[in-house]
Design a protein around this ligand. Structure first.
Ligand code: B16
Ligand code: MG
Length: 214
């Protein structure tokens, strides 16, 4: 049976997948880079510089390292500005209930977010103390779809991957979970997340009792 739930953050616990998109879009519009929701789908779960590389490739632009750093920093400033407005009301429906129920069942809770802003965002959402372990994305060498971040969280929780369920809204994240040898629950579009073991429209639909535990 499952002994741990390991959550992605952006797009799973709160709507910051949209906030990231708007911050990238603002920077892209300022620079005249074509960028839309379809390209954005490729950015979900992908770290900051790799996201910028995808945007630049799509725009057919090649930039030097310093220019890229400046653009990534500008996007991050827009994102950080936007999340100052976040409060516990911005948690997706059902998140607190799921975390409480999982805790009551004795499941360990981990967070595997690629975002360097994850800690600050969890504080603003008021759920930082709910997790037994929160991955430090700055110390993860290989980004999703590599399984490193999920394996790091499982090891810190002391739970073998085969007893972990990973929860993700991004295709790259689902691949990372499966490569880690965990069960994957996709949140969102079943087509985009076809490699997940189960796909749900949102976290509120995550019924621990009904779930077939691996
Ligand atoms: P930052 P997750 C990811 O978080 C986002 O999905 C992705 O869009 C973002 O680029 C990445 O974090 C890095 O975020 O620029 O704040 O370090 O989905 O893994 O929780
Ligand atoms: Mg995500």
């Amino acid at each position: 049976p499952a002994r741990a739930l390991i959550f992605d953050l952006d797009g799973v616990l709160t709507d910051t997948a949209q906030t990231h998109y708007r911050a990238w879009k603002r920077m892209a519009d300022e620079e005249g880079f074509p960028f839309d929701e379809q390209v954005n789908e490729l950015l979900k779960g992908v770290d900051r510089m790799a996201s910028l590389d995808i945007i630049l490739r799509h725009a057919g632009r090649v930039l030097g390292r310093d220019e890229k750093l400046a653009l990534a920093e500008r996007k991050n400033a827009y994102y950080v500005e936007a999340i100052q407005e976040v409060t516990p009301k911005d948690l997706f429906a059902g998140v607190e209930r799921l975390l409480e129920r999982a805790r009551a069942r004795g499941l360990k809770l981990g967070l595997a977010s690629a975002s360097r802003n994850a800690g600050a965002l969890l504080e603003r959402l008021g759920i930082a103390d709910r997790f037994d372990y929160i991955a430090d994305s700055a110390r993860i060498a290989r980004a999703k779809p590599d399984p490193e971040i999920f394996l790091t969280v499982a090891a810190a929780l002391g739970v073998p991957p085969s007893h972990c369920i990973g929860v993700e809204d991004a295709a790259a994240g689902v691949v990372a979970i499966k490569s880690a040898g965990m069960a994957a629950v996709g949140i969102g579009d079943a087509l985009a997340l076809a490699r997940a073991d189960a796909c749900l429209p949102d976290v509120a639909s995550f019924d621990l009792d009904a779930f077939v535990l691996p």
